[in-house]
Design a protein around this ligand. Structure first.
Ligand SMILES: C[S@@+](CC[C@H](N)C(=O)[O-])C[C@H]1O[C@@H](n2cnc3c(N)ncnc32)[C@H](O)[C@@H]1O
Length: 239
């Protein structure tokens, strides 16, 4: 399980290590994302944004918002209230430094998905892109997101997954295992962070296994949509 995969030490708690790791790579995070995913990350987030916009949310929370890609996309699409939360101060500084003329900026909050600082039933939609894999306790994070979603509201999770095709799975595995940490070392001067990326993706319970975890933590009508031959999966669930 990805909860046991930690960036630096297997003996210490995960959350402070994850925070430190993202603080360290924040300066290069967006560039590395574009390069390592061959710009596919933009497409993956766009699919999520389009699905969310069909629901016409008025109040949306983006958990593990990072540098704010999703939060800003919803703000640009005129979602009236957008809140982004993250544990990494440096990632949030990047998110706050963005500016889009004529767009009401999202509200960015420093805090953890393990104890969301919001009232019950506050949001129409909660999103999390490439964040859940990093949680210290995935079940607790999913329950917290459930608590702050209004009844009938939706959760959208985007996460890496394992392609169904054995050949494609092998190609992606080799890429993640050898190319990703190498590029991370060259471009972000951080081999550990990108080795952790490979290890945490390999250990994450994706596909049907993650759907079951969602259901076990209160979510219903869970559906999944594999993207790019299953390299990434978009999950949608309802409270
Ligand atoms: C891979 S980045 C994804 C950022 C952004 N959602 C995106 O799509 O680019 C993962 C983010 O999750 C954040 N994170 C990890 N654990 C968290 C937690 N327990 N609560 C809030 N944010 C967390 C990290 O600080 C990091 O910014």
């Amino acid at each position: 399980m990805s909860e046991q995969i930690k960036p630096f030490s297997s003996l210490l708690p995960k959350e402070p290590q994850v925070r430190r790791m993202f603080d360290d790579i924040a300066w290069r995070y967006d560039l590395l994302n574009r390069i390592l995913s061959l710009r596919k990350d933009i497409y993956w987030r766009r699919v999520l944004v389009n699905e969310v916009l069909h629901l016409r949310p008025t109040c949306l929370l983006d958990v593990a918002t990072g540098t704010g890609d999703l939060a800003w996309a919803f703000a640009r699409a005129c979602v009236p209230e957008v809140v982004g939360i993250d544990i990494s101060k440096k990632m949030l500084e990047k998110a706050c430094a963005r500016f889009v003329k004529g767009v009401k900026p999202p509200q960015f909050v420093e805090g953890s998905a393990m104890a969301l600082p919001f009232k019950d039933d506050s949001f129409d939609v909660v999103t999390a892109a490439f964040g859940v894999r990093n949680f210290e306790n995935i079940a607790l994070g999913l329950r917290e997101m459930h608590r702050v979603t209004r009844p009938g509201g939706s959760l959208f999770v985007l996460e890496f997954s394992r392609p169904a095709s054995p050949l494609w799975r092998k190609v992606i595995d080799i890429y993640n295992r050898f190319v990703v940490p190498g590029l991370g070392a060259c471009l972000a001067r951080n081999y550990e962070a990108y080795k952790y990326l490979y290890e945490s993706v390999a250990a994450f319970p994706s596909g049907a296994a993650f759907c079951r975890i969602l259901e076990d933590n209160g979510w219903r009508e869970v559906i999944l949509r594999p993207l790019s031959h299953g390299v990434v999966t978009l999950y949608r669930a309802i409270k």
